[in-house]
Ligand binder design. Sequence first.
Ligand code: ADP
Length: 192
Amino acid sequence: MLNIILFGPPGAGKGTQAEKLIDKYGLIHLSTGDLLRTEIAKETALGIEAKKLIDKGELVPDEVVIEMIRHEVEKHLDSNGFIFDGFPRTTVQAKKLDEMLANEGIDVDIMISLVVEDEIVIKRILKRGQLSGRSDDQSVGTIKNRLDTYNRQTAIVEERYKGRNKHRYVHGMGTIDETFDYIVKEINKLKK
Ligand code: ADP
């Protein structure tokens, strides 16, 4: 199995790169943002609660996303592996992910952080908001809150995987294909 965490601030391009990686390596894409948006679209109780937090640029509670991920991991244990996109976003989530995988005799192979400057991220998200209508992508205020949440609660998760020599930075400000090439190079190094 090949298990990858795609990391980086909102708008770094995690979803875009995840789509290309699933094509190349036949992995299962697990995006907590996508899973939450499905709940919102279905207007479930969970979705309605989550939307309030998402629109403020805050995180939804750890237990909620952990259980979503657990459910998806259990469904796909016979796959080639997983791409975790937008998860883990807190230290608690990272611990739970590691435990969950260890219970199945698997592990995170690599965490790749896409490095993108804040100004570029803000521009990209506003453009995405115009195309998709995503409510949390519409205002600079919400986007700045998300960056702030990232810096306060999420960025620290890198340290966990750095400590295990499983963390790599990848330049994320070039074209989609350039970024993809850098990611693939890092993944291919794992196989040697
Ligand atoms: P982006 O990468 O642009 O932030 P996502 O789709 O990953 O977009 O996430 C959208 C929102 O969903 C986040 O701002 C947050 O409110 C919520 N969310 C997504 N994943 C998580 C998570 N792992 N933990 C807590 N909240 C999350």
